[in-house]
Design a protein around this ligand. Structure first.
Ligand code: SF4
Length: 426
């Protein structure tokens, strides 16, 4: 029986940056891939966000997926398991963005989505004849995708209900790896299959791992109506266009949507234009947040600092805006030009990439490029100010008092983010 070890790699450095279990949701790539492994294989999954890897574990084949900040760590893992005689296959965002680099550390790499190619490779592995590179040239069908193997999940708490309905996004924001990973734009699973997987979870809370679940509004409305009978509470990422459509918001709320993560990114329209996200109309933000709140749905705002149009004022102005509009949660990030993105190419062309030390590409503790209108130290200081002010007790109290959803949904996240902000400040 072939022994397959799947690793969702997370370096010690990135675990230190993330710090809180509340903020780390169950990862799904490997449980979904495991569902495509023949039944006569012995499969183990280690999600380093959730548990320690036993480096002495015996495996014939090791599959590793990782993001850029964990790349060096993943290469270290690969060297270790190769030295023990295992075949190491790598895939995921960083491999797709930089296949030549990843290929130097693995026996096999997957460029792009693995479905279809993965099954072909496993057959070849058993037969002793497989390729070094599996490159996805089309868009694999999402129909009849097997449900993720829940037995390989490492979480049994409120975040253990995870799945996806759509993959990719029709937009092409310069800084976004999604647009590079899924070049075919938005693809959707059959709604009945998503509803069945949603209903298969025991717990009440569901996280849709979609990058933009409302990108196709007609599909989203149909999906929300289909999952309503499951009576779950759910959250996902959405574009701000969701907030322009009351029918969509009504369908979302009726199906148990408790919170939408909105990639607002910046309150500077010039910055949005700069990174090809001009469809985010800043003048609409307050109206959209109010409308979403009106449907009883909390808003988590994704904000980024460090665009070329950002000046010193951006930090205070952003915080004033977020507090005035009463968003329940916010995720602040330092702009990070991931390799392979248009943003990286532009900054590289301008000689502004400061380092290729991948652990520094964590969006929280380091600035990896030269900002235009401030120093790297000022950008980090502004980022810390934003976290500390937003997650201060007075700010939390003011914002959560106006929350459209019950406090048990918003308070744990606020406390987790607040704790992390405090830890970063010390
Ligand atoms: S809308 Fe969001 S997911 Fe889509 S390309 Fe832009 S940043 Fe990426």
């Amino acid at each position: 029986m072939p022994r397959l070890l799947l690793i969702t790699a997370s370096s010690p450095e990135i675990q230190q940056v993330r710090r809180s279990r509340v903020l780390n949701f169950q990862q799904i790539t490997m449980p979904y891939l495991a569902a495509r492994v023949p039944p006569d294989w012995h499969v183990t999954h280690v999600d380093e966000e959730a548990e320690k890897l036993d480096w002495n574990i015996e495996a014939d084949l090791v599959g590793i997926t990782f993001h850029t900040p964990s790349a060096n760590h993943a290469y270290h893992l690969a060297a270790h398991f190769r030295s023990r005689g295992a075949c190491v296959a790598m895939g995921g965002p960083h491999v797709t963005l930089l296949p030549e680099e990843a290929g130097r550390h693995a026996d096999v790499i997957f460029i792009g989505e693995a479905e279809g190619l993965w099954e072909e490779f496993l057959q070849g592995f058993v037969a002793g004849a497989y390729h070094r590179v599996y490159r996805q040239t089309g868009a694999p069908s999402l129909e009849r995708a097997p449900m993720a193997r829940k037995a390989l999940f490492h979480r049994n708490d409120h975040t253990s209900g995870v799945l996806f309905a759509t993959r990719g996004c029709p937009n092409h924001c310069d800084f976004c790896t999604v647009a590079v990973m899924y070049r075919d734009g938005l693809r959707k699973r059959p709604i009945a299959e998503v509803a069945a997987e949603c209903a298969s979870f025991q717990g009440k809370v569901i996280i849709f791992w979609d990058d933009n679940i409302t990108a196709d509004r007609a599909y989203a409305k149909e999906l929300f109506r289909a999952i309503a009978p499951c009576q779950k509470w759910w959250s996902s990422q959405a574009g701000i266009h969701a907030g322009r459509d009351d029918e969509l918001l009504e369908a979302a709320a009726s199906s148990g949507c408790k919170q939408l993560f909105l990639g607002l990114e910046s309150i500077s329209q010039s910055s949005m234009g700069e990174v090809h996200k001009g469809f985010n109309r800043v003048e609409e933000y307050a109206r959209i947040i109010k409308r979403i709140h009106g449907h009883g749905i909390a808003v988590q705002a994704g904000m980024v600092f460090g665009f070329d149009h950002d000046t010193h004022e951006i930090f205070k102005d952003t915080l004033d805006f977020l507090e005035e509009t009463g968003v329940q949660n916010a995720t602040f990030n330092i702009l990070t030009p991931y390799p392979g993105t248009p943003l990286f190419r532009r900054l590289e062309g301008e000689g502004r990439i400061l380092t290729r030390d991948w652990p520094k590409y964590n969006s929280r503790t380091e600035v990896v490029y030269q900002p235009k209108q401030m120093s790297t130290a000022e950008l980090i200081a502004g980022f810390r100010y934003a976290n500390e002010r937003f997650y201060s007790l007075p700010s939390m109290a003011r914002r959560l008092a106006r929350s459209p959803v019950q406090i048990w949904w918003t308070l744990p996240l606020n406390l987790a983010y607040g704790w992390r902000a405090l830890a970063e400040a010390t």
